[in-house]
Design a protein around this ligand. Structure first.
Ligand code: SF4
Length: 203
């Protein structure tokens, strides 16, 4: 709680001062963050209301992975949400099916900081596409890394309904991408754009 601490400026350790517990307050000097170690033990399906007005994120969202091991220099979320923890493919597939049945959504998003880095993402997409075949339900994934996006993935996320794909190269030159530790090359960009625009079944 911020009210238990005060900022001191009486020593030159930082131009912004440093934070110490207020006198008389029983607060630890160092605050450690807490993490859910077993991510799979948490319920991926929160009890949420299904809106009757169309919203921006008008779809079911299932968080399949927490954390990101990439280490881009500018990324606060990548640092804050460490370590990387995944849900199993079985848990993802069953919660997607259950969530769609409960809500009636016609789209599901597999969310995380870097969804295409899930170790079983291809298996998950294949299984979902088989289960959702002929239902008109679309599987989408948020902003994708260019270096882990392949032709098979492009087909898997396209499904029956075509939608948008978002890539995040973050910088326009190789020099800048190297500086910010975004290990993506021009070739990755080219390959991912071609994979995304190729008609289904022509890989
Ligand atoms: S890949 Fe994305 S989430 Fe991961 S560190 Fe880089 S910017 Fe952050």
């Amino acid at each position: 709680m911020p009210s238990l601490y005060e900022v001191r400026h009486d020593e030159p350790c930082s131009p912004h001062g440093y934070t110490v517990p207020r006198e008389g307050k029983d607060a630890p000097t160092v605050v450690y963050k807490r993490v859910v170690e077993d991510f799979g033990a948490t319920n991926p399906l929160s009890q949420s209301c299904v809106p009757y007005a169309q919203l921006v994120h008008d779809r079911l969202s299932i968080e399949i992975l927490r954390g990101c091991a990439r280490g881009c220099r500018f990324c606060q979320a990548g640092m804050t949400y460490r370590p990387v923890r995944e849900r199993s493919a079985d848990q993802i597939v069953s919660s997607v099916i259950q969530g769609l049945e409960k809500t009636g959504y016609d789209e599901v998003s597999l969310t995380s900081l870097s969804t295409t880095d899930h170790s079983c993402i291809r298996d998950v997409l294949d299984r979902l596409n088989r289960r959702l075949e002929d239902t008109g339900i679309r599987v989408s994934i948020p902003s994708q890394r260019l270096d882990s996006f392949g032709v098979d993935m492009a087909e898997s996320v396209a499904g029956e309904k075509k939608g948008g794909l978002t890539f995040a190269p973050e910088a326009g030159s190789q020099r800048m991408r190297d500086i910010i530790n975004k290990n993506v090359t021009e070739e990755d960009l080219d390959r991912a754009a071609k994979a995304a625009s190729r008609p289904a079944g022509t890989a």
